[in-house]
Design a protein around this ligand. Structure first.
Ligand code: SAM
Ligand code: SF4
Ligand code: SF4
Length: 371
């Protein structure tokens, strides 16, 4: 087994103060970062806890019973999340994704959903609200989430073979329960459901074709994600990455594909359609083909830190402003100012950077800032 480096520093403590700039940055919906990228997509992590221990995200050796999860008082309340989200929306955000950790573990999540669903974009339109889940609690929660205003879900599923799936989630969770969750989501009208499969060479790459066959013709969109070097605990190695080009080749050999247009600017997946018209798949090539050029995503951690990139080493402490009595205008100004200074483009620079050796600034975990 590959040597695993366990972090000695808790990266969550490394935050920058979020300050209100002297020159106000009013929310006009026209904000751009230092590279001219707009702010359109906000991902909110609602919990740092999870009932799975996927080795690429929350490996058991690190996230064990002694792991210092955030205490409840550290978490943004639903009212605080909604207030912060409202300022992001005023700056141009049109899409909100709830994530985690496992977002369905957060108690009464549907109450937050209802509050977010009431927000309107700068053009007065409803937001595009979605949620990424491991699907384990979906059968129980799908209808309540739909009633609260959730439009769509993305379910993570790394294989159909029960033994492979149990191994990947590392808590022996059966695949049938996730498939039942997907059915419940569809029945509740949370479609079109997207399915995310992280592909790890040598672990679940033999599940690519069975997954493609299973979801073809169902109206669900299966997306293959390259195993990424997020965080500092998953022992990532390039030789375990199966490039998306190879995923497409393998499917193409049996189920002919044609390239499709990109959905929208900032869209992470490259789309491919089945030549017989029976649906589409997507590939997310975060490692082999950087898509930082039009990255319009901001991430809000469970305790209110704003991260400008999935691979960031530091967040900006919005919670201190929220709890310190800042007005909405001040909060919006601070967010605008932080976004204006953003020049992050980790994936584009990855190959030029030294590997994360554990001696310098460590990247924050995905379970903390959300996928
Ligand atoms: N627990 C939920 C779930 O699994 O869907 C939401 C949070 S999870 C961090 C969000 C997404 O990130 C999931 O689709 C997961 O598969 C993906 N992910 C986590 N670690 C990853 C890694 N190292 N490389 C690629 N994708 C990863
Ligand atoms: Fe949990 Fe999702 Fe991370 Fe798996 S990928 S450990 S389900 S947060
Ligand atoms: Fe966006 Fe950072 Fe990913 Fe590039 S590496 S696409 S900037 S989140």
């Amino acid at each position: 087994m590959a040597e695993r480096v366990i972090p000695l520093v808790d990266q969550r403590a490394h935050t920058l103060a979020a300050t209100v700039p002297v020159q106000p940055v009013p929310a006009t919906g026209l904000l751009g970062d230092a590279l001219g990228r707009p702010l359109r997509d906000l991902r909110i992590s609602v919990t740092d806890r999870c009932n799975f221990r996927c080795s690429y995200c929350m490996p058991k050796e690190v996230f064990d019973k002694d792991y210092p999860y955030l205490p409840h008082a550290s978490l943004l309340t639903f009212e605080e999340i909604t207030r912060v989200a409202r300022q992001f929306v005023a700056h141009g955000v049109r899409k909100i994704r709830l994530t985690g950790g496992e977002p369905l573990l957060r108690k009464n999540i549907e109450v937050l959903m209802e509050q977010l669903a009431a927000l309107r974009t700068v053009d007065g339109a409803p937001l595009d609200i979605t949620l990424t889940t491991n699907g384990s609690l979906l059968a129980r929660k799908a209808s309540a989430l739909k009633a609260a205003g959730l439009q769509r879900v993305t379910v993570s599923l790394d294989g159909l073979d029960d033994a492979v799936f149990r191994g990947m989630n590392d808590v022996d969770f059966p695949v049938t329960d996730v498939l039942a969750g997907i059915d419940a989501a569809r029945a509740a009208g949370l479609g079109p459901v997207k399915i995310n499969m992280v592909v790890k060479r040598g672990t679940n790459d033999h599940e690519i074709l069975p997954m493609a066959r299973h979801f073809k013709g169902t109206g669900m969109v299966l997306r293959f994600i390259e195993y990424m070097d997020v965080g500092a605990t998953n022992g990532w190695r390039m030789d375990e990455v199966l490039p998306s080009a190879e995923v497409v080749q393998r499917i193409q050999a049996e189920l002919p594909l044609v390239p499709l247009e990109h959905n929208a600017p900032g869209e992470t997946a490259q789309r491919w359609g089945y030549a017989d018209g029976s649906g589409e798949i997507g590939v997310i090539s975060s490692v082999t083909q950087a898509f930082c050029g039009d990255c319009n995503r901001a991430r809000l951690s469970t305790e209110g830190q704003l991260y400008l990139c999935l691979f960031a080493t530091q967040g900006h402490d919005l919670r201190a402003l929220v709890r310190g009595g800042a007005s909405d205008a001040d909060l919006a100004s601070a967010i605008g100012h932080i976004w204006q200074g953003r020049s992050d483009r980790y994936s584009q620079l990855r190959s030029a950077l030294a590997p994360d050796t554990g001696t310098g600034a460590r990247r924050v975990e995905m379970s903390y800032i959300g996928g």
